[in-house]
Design a protein around this ligand. Structure first.
Ligand code: Z5A
Length: 226
């Protein structure tokens, strides 16, 4: 592509929502997307593991409580799902100028497989960079809730177990502490939101943060109201 075309090509915005199990990510992403669509943004909602045919199949494998998987085997499955998600969903949507929300992305691998399982963080960062071809979120909202509160929410919703959700409380506490450590290391990108409050309060905070960030960024190619 000629340089002048590359400079003027639309590029959407990529926002991820992260947090431990039951933090309220799915609830927030859906309602945030609805609010932003109503204010004229072209919004895409997607999630990991999933969002593609391969991702959906890998998701059922990696969460299957009957399957005995090693920690690195588990990691490769998440990375393969991510690579297809980037190629088939995220890059095309961003190239089309959309405002993309992903329920989980690379920080989940660092928090769960790195801080939770104890795998080498530098290696995980390198593998994440390879799987995503270096795609990084422009902004990340980290929903922070005590592990026991999040797990209680998911257990009220469903009694079906999964390989990762069923890990012990100490594992989920390490994951949450890992997310907070990632936010401390990259405070420009990651904003922590107290997700122990009621869902409408969490939504109001998140909307203000995202709206303010979009205004400050000033690039409204993903805004059809332009
Ligand atoms: N995983 C990994 O290990 N490595 C990776 O690289 C990636 C993922 C990408 C994905 O399964 C699993 O894979 C996940 C991490 C791991 N671990 N597990 N298990 P998943 O997508 O099924 O799991 P999840 O991401 O944790 O989703 P979740 O359990 O559905 O949680 P959530 O999306 O954060 O919460 P929610 O569905 O919006 O809400 C849960 C319930 O709480 C529901 O009944 C809501 O109505 C309620 N809720 C939501 N917000 C609130 C508030 N604010 N107050 C009270 N109740 C609320």
């Amino acid at each position: 592509m000629p340089a002048d075309h590359a400079a003027s090509a639309p590029r959407g915005a990529f926002i991820t929502v992260e947090g431990g199990d039951g933090a309220g990510k799915t609830t927030l992403v859906r309602s945030l997307a609805a609010c932003l669509s109503q204010s004229g943004h072209r919004v895409r909602v997607t999630f990991e593991p999933g969002g593609t045919e391969l991702g959906t199949r890998l998701r059922s494998l990696v969460l299957d409580p009957e399957l005995d998987l090693g920690d690195w085997d588990e990691t490769w499955l998440f990375l393969a799902a991510r690579a297809s998600h980037v190629q088939e969903v995220l890059n095309p949507a961003l190239s089309a100028g959309e405002l993309v929300f992903s329920d989980r992305f690379g920080d989940s691998t660092l928090a769960y497989q790195g801080y939770g399982r104890g795998l080498d963080l530098d290696r995980l960062r390198r593998l994440n960079a390879e799987a995503t071809n270096e795609l990084q979120p422009d902004m990340t909202l980290l929903l922070d809730v005590p592990a026991e509160v999040g797990l209680a929410r998911t257990r009220v919703r469903s009694s079906d177990g999964d390989r990762i959700g069923d890990a012990d409380l100490a594992f989920h506490r390490r994951v949450n502490a890992g997310f907070r450590a990632l936010a401390a290391q990259d405070s420009e990108r990651i904003t922590i939101i107290d997700a122990s409050r009621e869902a409408p309060t969490v939504l109001a905070d998140a909307f203000e943060i995202v709206h303010g960030w979009l205004d400050a960024r000033g690039n409204d190619s993903y805004n059809v109201a332009r």
